[in-house]
Design a protein around this ligand. Structure first.
Ligand code: NOJ
Length: 740
């Protein structure tokens, strides 16, 4: 019987792969038929992308978009959304253009469409793949219900410099963690079949190394070793490609001195031949023109030539392809085959989406009304919001707060704000649909609790006039909740900061609040790690909420009042000072490490004025309960290179309330010709009820152990591997396993 079932299953699998291959052949044939009917101008049109009314980059040459669509000069647009707008422009392509090729409609649906979810750095703080998958699916459902079939997400850039504003848009400092979220996001947006009306194309960006901009300054110099590129920056792209990501956006920055938009080696050889990418590459906004500013192209014609040679299929907002490619082909400077292969890749995605069968498939107005901002979507935003919060400090069990306190003073420039909680990439979210922290707290407490509110100061100004009123109000309350941090426009694109403390007078306000003698709980809304040393040294509790999205106030109140026991862990290191940057857990040991014993000696790797350790390490986050870890039990202490073993720990909830713990596995090669850092290689988020324990088992095999060897070949080296399993990158149990 079992044999029969197996043979039925393998017959089915075979027939599925045969029909997939047939479908693919079919698409390829349709693409080449259509291509053979296209004029050169129409082909170049497919390679051209324009923005609707909204600008998400510098304004370039203005064009009449409807006229361009009519004459086949546009293949895709961005920032045109909503079923009525999308069908209006799609209708022009279908009814007025000669070949009736449907348009792609793209937008930056980064963490929600209208129901806004936590910013990506916050979602990564949840370490909760199910919850984040659900969030991305809501984003996809709303976006596709509103006419879109392409998102420019996920941003999978590793970021280790909190001065860089775009750290908010990614999944943090670690390649393994970011790879998990890259894969999950691609799968969530693209679904299992691109032809479904709820599926859309995803984009892994910004390929590659953008997060390594020096000094944290956006768009600036990048200088990466080959090893760091392959070990740290490329893995999340590889994960997205393995998940069949439909498109990739080259970064604004350079690799080995060549801007990624014109970097043939990186975007053709590495991306397509080595990483196996077969989809569309879309330039970043105006990036082809910027080859001129980089001084690698003398004019727009050279820029267009370099970009198409590098395999950049779509020109977003440079006008370079439409202005230059025709002449370049006619003068034999660009072979038509380069244009054809780019057009074919774009048409293929249009066929796979099913746009030729039904160009209006994303334009169902009833679905739009039903889907957008539905109560279920908001409930999911609240859920992911609370899971993304990281409890950084909680002395004397100050949190959770009782809902029947006499009074709470909610103070701070971000308490009443409904704009910043959406974060810098809030897509089509609206502050009218966002719950402020103050509102969330008011709705959470019992009716006898008085909530006082004062702004105290602005986020970023030197106006001291509101501080006294805030202090006087704070004095009346049992506890102070200080809602501090950054405005959402202080992180994101083109929003680097050289100092990353609390801006303006906020620390001064906090000191005054602390001096009232009342317990102070700080709630942070921010898009990057902040140097909040003073707060850490003084106030009773600190809650890192990042920008939680539409349901911010509810998610935060859920944590403050204990309806949810916080479970988030930092996906990025918090420095004590800008002088420590770059600071990340996965660094090399150095030949002169500063250990507990050596750290006061002269010739060791340390600062004279500050400890090496971060303010909060990667993987750190508290709970309202406590967890203990047993020593690691290995199924084998010696294995062969192709073998695997298991590493098990028993994790116990030693407190009095139920909680979730993120159990983290790190591996470090202890003896190797190449110095090796410890690296995250697995994690599990487990729910453990009070007083109980669970066994957490990690698989340790070639996937976890393989490293790039001296020749940059992925190999399981012989020798000793240290295994660390724990609650953060600095608190763990240790064992070692030998590969013989
Ligand atoms: C520039 C950003 O770098 C990119 O991430 C985004 O997708 C485009 N603008 C379009 O808005």
């Amino acid at each position: 019987m079992r044999k029969n079932l197996l043979s039925i299953a393998s017959a089915l699998a075979l027939s599925c792969s045969v029909s997939l291959a047939l479908a693919q052949d079919n698409v390829d044939k349709k693409v080449s038929d259509l291509l053979s009917k296209m004029t050169l101008e129409e082909k170049i049109g497919q390679l051209t992308q324009y923005s609707g009314s909204e600008l998400t980059g510098p304004q370039g040459e203005k064009i009449n978009i409807s006229e361009y669509i009519k004459t086949g000069k546009v293949g895709s647009v961005l920032n045109i959304y909503g079923t009525s707008e999308v069908s209006k422009y799609q209708k022009i392509a279908i009814e007025k253009s000669r070949l009736k090729i449907p348009l792609l409609f793209g937008q930056d649906v980064i963490h929600g469409y209208k129901t806004i979810f936590p910013v990506p750095i916050a979602m990564a703080s949840s370490w909760d793949l199910d919850a984040v998958g659900a969030a991305q699916e809501v984003a996809r459902n709303e976006a596709t219900a509103s006419g879109l079939n392409w998102t420019f997400t996920p941003m999978v850039d590793i970021a280790r410099d909190p001065r860089w504003g775009r750290i908010v848009e990614g999944f943090g400092e670690d390649p393994y963690l970011a790879s998990q979220f890259a894969k999950l996001s691609v799968e969530a947006f693209q679904g299992s079949d691109l032809g479904d009306e709820t599926s859309m194309l995803a984009t892994a960006k910004h390929y590659v190394g953008y997060g390594a901009v020096q000094a944290g300054r956006d768009y600036f110099t990048v200088d990466l070793s080959k090893r760091t590129l392959w070990e740290v920056f490329l893995p999340p792209f590889q994960a997205a490609i393995n998940a069949q990501v439909a498109s990739i956006m080259p970064a604004f920055t350079t690799m080995n001195g060549i801007p990624m938009t014109g970097n043939k080696e990186m975007t053709r050889d590495v991306l397509r031949n080595q990483l196996g990418f077969t989809g569309i590459t879309v330039s970043d906004w105006n990036a082809i023109n910027e080859l001129i500013e980089w001084h690698v192209a003398a004019n727009q014609s050279e820029a267009a030539c370099e970009a198409i040679e590098a395999g950049v299929d779509i020109d977003m907002m440079s006008n370079a392809y439409i202005n230059q490619l025709g002449a370049l082909v006619k003068e034999n400077k660009v072979p038509i085959s380069l244009i054809d292969e780019a057009v074919a890749r774009i048409l293929k995605k249009k066929f796979e989406l099913g746009l030729f069968e039904d160009p209006y498939k994303y334009c169902n107005a009833d679905r739009e009304v039903k889907e957008i901002l539905s109560p279920e979507n908001k409930a999911k935003a609240r859920d992911v919001g609370k899971r993304s919060i990281v409890l950084l400090k909680n002395d004397d069990q100050t949190l959770p707060l009782s809902k029947s306190l006499n009074s709470i003073a909610v103070i701070g420039p971000l308490a009443e704000d409904t704009y910043s909680p959406m974060g810098p990439w809030f897509c089509n979210g609206s502050k009218d649909n966002t719950i402020s922290v103050l509102n969330g707290i008011k709705q959470a407490v019992g009716k006898n609790t008085i909530i006082y509110y004062q702004k105290g100061c602005d986020v970023n100004s030197s106006d001291e006039s509101m501080i006294d009123a805030a202090i006087n109000t704070a004095k009346k309350a049992d506890v102070i909740v200080a809602v501090l941090g950054e405005n959402s426009d202080m992180s994101g694109e083109a929003a680097s900061r050289s100092e990353i403390g609390l801006p303006g007078l906020q620390e001064k306000l906090l000191e005054s609040l602390f001096n009232t003698g009342k317990p102070v709980v700080v709630v942070l809304l921010n898009g990057r790690p902040l140097t909040i040393n003073w707060a850490q040294d003084h106030v009773q509790a600190i809650v890192e909420a990042w920008f939680p999205g539409s349901e911010a106030g509810h998610s935060i109140a859920d944590v403050l009042f204990g309806d949810y026991n916080p479970s988030g862990k930092l996906p990025v290191t918090f420095p004590r000072s800008v002088g420590q940057i770059p600071i990340f857990y996965s660094h090399l040991n150095t030949g002169r490490p500063a250990t507990a014993e050596t750290k006061m000696l002269k010739y060791v790797s340390r600062y004279l004025d500050i400890d090496n350790s971060p303010l909060y390490p990667f993987g750190y986050g508290l709970s309202y309960t406590t967890f203990s870890y047993s020593p690691i039990e290995l199924s084998a202490s010696e294995i062969q290179p192709n073998d695997s073993a298991t590493a098990t720990v028993e994790v116990a909830n030693t407190g009095e309330i139920n909680g979730e713990e993120v159990v983290q596995l790190y591996i470090e090669k202890a003896d190797s010709p190449i110095a090796r850092p410890m690296q995250l290689k697995g994690f599990r988020k487990v729910e453990i009820s009070a007083g109980n324990s669970v066994d957490v088992v990690f698989h340790i095999g070639p996937e976890e152990l393989a490293l790039y060897d001296i020749d940059m070949k992925k190999t399981v080296e012989k020798g000793i591997y240290n295994i660390y399993i724990g609650t953060s990158s600095v608190t763990y149990q240790k064992e070692s396993i030998t590969v013989k």
